[in-house]
Design a protein around this ligand. Structure first.
Ligand code: AMP
Length: 292
């Protein structure tokens, strides 16, 4: 059966764990004129990840999702060991949402020489998430570059939820001449506004009830900005007060940046994205919203 041409009628995804094999098979599909979409994930999939696959499937002939919990993007005190892993279920879900091939390598397969070679993306990795997670984006850039080598796709699909990551990947591909289009897909949310995240699985029921407040606080900033507020300290105060009333939420940062940048502004002056990172219970969550 040709799983590439019959993707709309079957729910089957072929799983690879060898880089050399998926690379040669991908190159072969490309040589036959197929457009290839790459969807990098760390597994424990939810509807947000699956929406990336669906968008890839709508624009590509072959969709390759990767499931790899990348150790180098976790800090020493972060949750690498306990990060949820559910490959069998993930493969079934991916197949139902337009994915043809799944690349699920081991750590040794992805890092054959250990952790010697890494990619420093410079200043885009320093503020916001980078301030709290100093090694995170070097890990992201390195693994995305490896995946781009092994799956030389035409387009790669990323979620808007990880705003800074989208800027890191765009810069990485531009600067290292990687001919893969970056497609950024909208954040998928629960009905209550909570951005879907694999880490939501860590939330207690009390914290699950609190967590939608992050999105609500961003919406509050959007509303105030629509009413004419351009003063960022005032917008940040309003968000802080809102979250303080909810309780149980420890803010890491609230930031306002011109959309497409990571450089914070103090006055709204054009298209602006608001970002929030906070611990809800012990779980660190991030979200963002284009407010102007
Ligand atoms: P992760 O498995 O957390 O590394 O995420 C893999 C990809 O899915 C990244 O490009 C994320 O930005 C994207 N993603 C995660 N959560 C969502 C969401 N709620 N909506 C849309 N995309 C998402």
């Amino acid at each position: 059966m040709n799983e590439v041409t019959s993707k709309s009628t079957i729910a089957f995804a072929r799983v690879f764990d060898r880089g050399a094999e998926i690379r040669s098979k991908t190159l072969r599909q490309k040589s036959e004129g197929k457009r290839v979409g790459l969807v990098p994930t760390m597994g424990a999939l939810h509807a947000g990840h699956l929406s990336l696959c669906e968008q890839a499937a709508a624009a590509c002939d072959l969709v390759v999702a990767t499931v790899f919990v990348n150790p180098t993007q976790f800090g020493p005190d972060e949750d690498f060991e306990k990060y949820p892993r559910s490959l069998d279920r993930d493969v079934q879900q991916l197949a139902k949402h337009g994915c043809n091939w799944v690349f699920a390598p081991s750590v040794d397969e992805m890092y054959p020489g250990g952790l010697e070679t890494t990619i420093d993306v410079g200043s885009v990795a320093k503020p916001l998430e980078g301030a709290s997670r100093p090694t995170h984006f070097a890990g992201v850039a390195t693994v995305v570059m490896k995946l781009a080598q092994l799956v030389p796709a035409d387009a790669a699909y990323f979620g808007q939820k990880d705003y800074q990551q989208t800027l890191v990947v765009r810069q990485l591909f531009r600067d290292l001449h990687v001919p893969i289009e970056v497609v950024v897909c909208p954040t998928v949310r629960d009905a209550n506004g909570l951005a879907l995240s694999s880490r939501n699985a860590y939330l207690s029921s009390e914290d699950r009830a609190r967590a939608p407040a992050l999105h609500a606080s961003l919406q509050l900033a959007k509303k105030l900005a629509a009413e004419g507020e351009v003063n960022v300290p005032k917008l940040r105060d309003a968000m802080q007060q809102y979250l303080a009333k909810i309780g149980g939420i420890e803010i890491d940062y609230i930031a306002f940046v011109p959309t497409g940048s990571v450089d914070e502004v103090t006055t709204i002056n054009g298209p602006t994205t608001a970002l929030v990172a906070a611990r809800v219970g012990g779980t660190r969550l991030i979200d963002n919203l284009e407010i102007v």
